[in-house]
Design a protein. Structure first.
Length: 233
């Protein structure tokens, strides 16, 4: 019996449909996990058709990230920069979590896509008005990088199937068995346990930890402004 060969050309296939399928594959796995062949199989075409309509994997990744980030809404203007960035990052975090690998792409390439330009310009203006001055770019990078790095670490575990929960369970056991560890160190198991359970429990813990990182980053940046004001003549 002869093998089924994908149709070399597909009537009605458009770049948008190709990107739609790439977004679906990303949501189901990870941006870096699927191949052009996987995408072509999803669409029932030859890989060459994907290259013809959109391009290679690098360009497809950019298009997927653009599509995902287009869902971020610009927060309403507010005099409190902390509230503006908390609103932005609390919305962007769950969006990125739904498409594993997007956060890592952002860390590697930065917000260099048209969909992020309004957010980037508004954020920089808000931080500059708050008094960050020449360190405005540092402040923006710290906010974005800390948030995306936290998501990216969780995303990377998804590429190792059940290794994440097993690793956390092993860490819990090792904390309890450390002969010289203090009680405070042993209680780290309370933090690790929800991740070891996996499923919805781990997802809730991941969200709580993400929000904690965002809040701590904002508080840390705010403290640098306070020190600057205290040292002013």
């Amino acid at each position: 019996m002869s093998e089924t060969v994908a149709t070399p050309f597909h009537v009605g296939l458009t770049p948008d449909r190709v990107i739609d399928a790439a977004v679906e594959l990303t949501a189901e796995s990870h941006l870096m996990s699927w191949s052009i062949r996987d995408l072509a199989a999803r669409l029932g075409v030859a890989p060459s058709v994907i290259y013809h309509h959109v391009g290679g994997k690098d360009l497809l990744c950019r298009r997927v990230v653009e599509r995902v980030l287009a869902g971020i809404e610009l927060p309403p203007a507010t005099p409190a920069w902390q509230d503006w960035f908390r609103t932005l990052l609390h919305a962007a975090g769950p969006l990125a979590v739904g498409y594993p690998g997007v956060a890592k792409w952002m860390l590697m390439h930065g917000p260099t896509i048209p969909a992020m330009l309004p957010v980037l310009e508004a954020g920089i203006a808000i931080l500059r008005a708050a008094g960050f001055g020449e360190r405005t770019d540092f402040a923006y990078a710290a906010l974005l990088n800390n948030a995306m790095l936290t998501i990216s670490m969780g995303d990377d575990r998804l590429q190792h199937e059940e290794d994440g929960p097993r690793d956390h369970a092993t860490m819990m056991a090792e904390f309890r068995q450390l002969p010289t560890a203090s009680d405070d160190v042993r209680t780290m198991g309370r933090f690790i346990r929800p991740f070891a359970e996996g499923g919805e429990t781990a997802a809730r813990m991941r969200t709580d930890y993400y929000r904690f990182v965002v809040d701590v980053t904002i508080a840390g940046l705010a403290s640098t402004l306070d020190r600057t004001e205290d040292s002013a003549p």
